[in-house]
Structure formats: C-alpha cells, structure tokens
Design a protein. Sequence first.
Length: 292
Amino acid sequence: MNVRRDTKRWSARPPGRGWWFTPIGLALAAVLGDPPIAHTNPAIRAGIVREYQVRSRHQGRNRHVWVYTPPGYAAAPDTALGMILAFDGGEYVTAIPLPHLLDSLLAAGAIPPLVAVLIDDASGASRLDDLANRAWFADFIGNEVVPWVRGRWHVSRDPRRSLITGSSAGGLAAVHIALRRSDLFGNALSQSGAFWRGNEAANGPPYEWLATQVARWPRRAVRLWLEVGSTESRGAMGGEAPSILSANRALRDTLRAKGYDVTYVEVPNGTHAPEAWVARLPAGIAALMGHG
C-alpha cells in the first residue's frame, strides 16, 4: 500500500470541562446531549494526528486516512493499545473533533490510551458506495485497512479492544461491518444510523436490510451503542422509507431479541447534525472502551 506521511502535529487544544468526563457527567451527557465540550483546557495533553494515503485495490485509488496517537505513545512502544475506527474522517477532525475528545477522555481517566483511525469518505453517491451496506467496503476495512494499521502501530488484536463508529450512513456502516467482522471489532457505536437503507446502497425497498440480516445471522460477540434523536422521525425518501428514528428502534428490538448487549439512547429533541453527535460521542466511547 502506498503511504504518504504528514508530520504536522495536532496543535489545537482539546475541548471539554473535566466534570463532563466524570462517570456522572458522562451519564448525563448520554441523556441530555448537551455537555459544553467547546471550551478549551490548555492543561490537557494533546495527542498527534498524521495524514496518510491507503490504497484501495477495489477502487484502484488512494484513500485519505488520519491516524491519531495518544500523548505518550512514542514512550510505550511495547504496549498494545485499543483502536477506534471512524468514518467521514474529514468531519471527525473538524466538526466532530474526535482527537480532542479522546485527549479529554484520557485526561479524565475515562478511557485508556487509544489509537484512532479516521477514514475519509466522499459525499453523495460516492459516500454511499462506501457506507450503505456495501460488502466491498467491509472487505476493504477488514482486509486492507486493519492489517495496514496493525503493521504500523502497536494496537491490540483483541476485538474487545476495538471500536468502530460513525454517524448517519457512517453509523450504518459501523454496525454492518462490526457484525460482518466481529473477529476485528467487538464494539460498534452508531449515531443517527441510517438503518432504513436497503442492501448494497439501495434507496428502494426492501428497506431495513441490516435488521433483516441480524435476525438471520448467528449472534456475534459485539457490544453496541445506538443513539438517535427524537426529532429524526420523518420518513426517508420523501416518506416512502422508514424514518431514522423508527429504523433505529426496529434494529434495537431485533438485536435485543438475538441476545445482543445493546445500549440504546433516544435523545429528547436530538437532531441529525454534527453538533448533536459531538455532544454525546464521549459518553458512548467511554461506555464501550472505558476501563470497566
């Protein structure tokens, strides 16, 4: 795979007031969705983010990837760290500053040090070609991206120490890939997951393909966090398809019927927007990747 290294340091300081990253604060954030994470704390040590290019054999082109390593990473070369993989990488270094959130969670003792891999996705149809129940993309993540990461950073091979996450179509992809590749990912965190979609990026019926597959597949060793806003109740495709809210409820019920460990958070007045997701993302990460 071709790799391009950018040695720029992640220089902005992480947001967050320490209280919100205590167990009580995280629990409230999961319900209320409004922790004041935009405030800076210069006392918190910042990790490093570098940019790379990863070759996709399926697409025949390079994919843009950011990799975050936590403070002190270089001083502990023999320690295998947990890993987070997120989609829409460009958004997760800007509007949803995942590196900042991890710095703050680490400083508060809510999580151990983690390596984060942020995969860039395009927009429109190209984005859905990645994220909307696409088997090739699950293969790309499992057979190309994860081995590439393991070959360059000291990350654990224990799926219980790996989390895959995303929002909207990225949330759909996170759960889809975790269930397909539970040998790699033992935790999936979805925010406003677009679970109404059909198979292989289909916009038409049959809808809710993933829930149908969950009912058929054997139960996998995956813990899940599903979060959705109460305002996400408008049917997709002009009302022809289920809403994000109803599709999340249906997937929750199907997963629980299969015996999955599912945390379901329905946020009062929660919206389908980055500012809503960033407010609650720390709670999900801490719940799935925390020390306990």
